[in-house]
Design a protein around this ligand. Structure first.
Ligand code: 13P
Ligand code: ZN
Length: 278
């Protein structure tokens, strides 16, 4: 591609600005301390072409799993060990645009990670989740991980049964059932950054868009950064209400199963089976 086709640089790309806003918001809310959290956002080639010469590969980084179903796909992704606090003031060191290579065992850095950085250590989970969500949702584009405070706290004090955990969140705010009718998936504690935690998370992502990593954080999936952020925000708000309810001495009354069912009917959503006892 001739350089004359390239617009006034990547800094005018909407997807980059969305990443800056989202990482700033996650930091502002206290869900991404230090280098906590990571995001990957699938961008279409036609969105990248106006800003980058995609034949100019800066570096190639090996991966120890097979991402060949995503070969040729582009992602803007946060860097490993990078602080969300710093993304907005220094995007080129903290973010990267990568393309999964043709054989699926490495990725090519096309922009960013300028100080020699690489994509998040949770890339296996991100890519495995992208594969799983794309198979069930053609509009899927975003995987987001953060250390949402009250959801982590709940993983110490609440049962880790998915049905019970989801039911508690649904009860805490009326909007929850509408926003995540399929509920929350929960995996066992597994060492982060491994293929094993990626596989366990992706297995859950076939059915749900929210997966809790006990004593660690949450993964969300969605079609836009806003929608995925909103999904996590809604679950975290419910967890915060749960924290306060417990601190105030526990529930004296709650949303009933009948009310939750009425809500589902009113908003035309199908609640995950086995939660409402009606
Ligand atoms: P990265 O800095 O590699 O993205 O890791 C942060 C994290 O939250 C690990 O789970
Ligand atoms: Zn984490």
């Amino acid at each position: 591609m001739s350089m004359t086709m390239i617009k006034d640089g990547i800094y005018s790309a909407a997807f980059l600005h969305e990443m800056l806003e989202t990482t700033s918001n996650l930091y502002r809310l206290g869900w991404d301390e230090r280098n906590g959290g990571n995001i990957s956002y699938l961008i279409h080639e036609y969105e990248v072409l106006p800003f980058l010469n995609v034949d100019d590969v800066k570096r190639t980084v090996a991966m120890n799993f097979d991402a060949s179903p995503l070969a040729g796909r582009y992602f803007i992704v946060t860097g490993s060990g990078k602080y969300f606090k710093n993304v907005k003031k220094d995007p080129a060191n903290n973010l990267g645009i990568i393309r999964i290579s043709a054989e699926g065992k490495s990725y090519e850095i096309l922009w960013g990670f300028e100080d020699g950085g690489i994509a998040t250590s949770e890339l296996p989970t991100h890519l495995m989740n992208h594969m799983k969500r794309l198979a069930v949702d053609k509009n899927h584009r975003v995987i987001m991980h953060c250390h949402a405070t009250n959801l982590i706290a709940m993983s110490f004090t609440h049962s880790l049964n998915e049905i019970e955990f989801t039911k508690t969140l649904w009860e805490m705010c009326t909007e929850c059932l509408v926003v995540f009718p399929e509920g929350v998936g929960i995996i066992p504690w597994i060492v982060p950054g491994t293929n094993a935690i990626g596989e366990a998370t992706a297995e859950k992502m076939e059915e749900v868009r929210l997966v809790l990593w006990p004593h660690h954080g949450i993964f969300g999936a969605g079609s836009t950064l806003d929608e995925t952020f909103g999904l996590i925000e809604t679950a975290e708000k419910a967890a915060e209400v749960y924290t306060i309810v417990c601190a105030q001495g526990g529930k004296k009354q709650t949303l009933t199963d009948q009310q939750l069912l009425e809500l589902a009917h009113a908003f035309n959503v199908v609640p995950r089976k086995g939660i409402l006892k009606l």
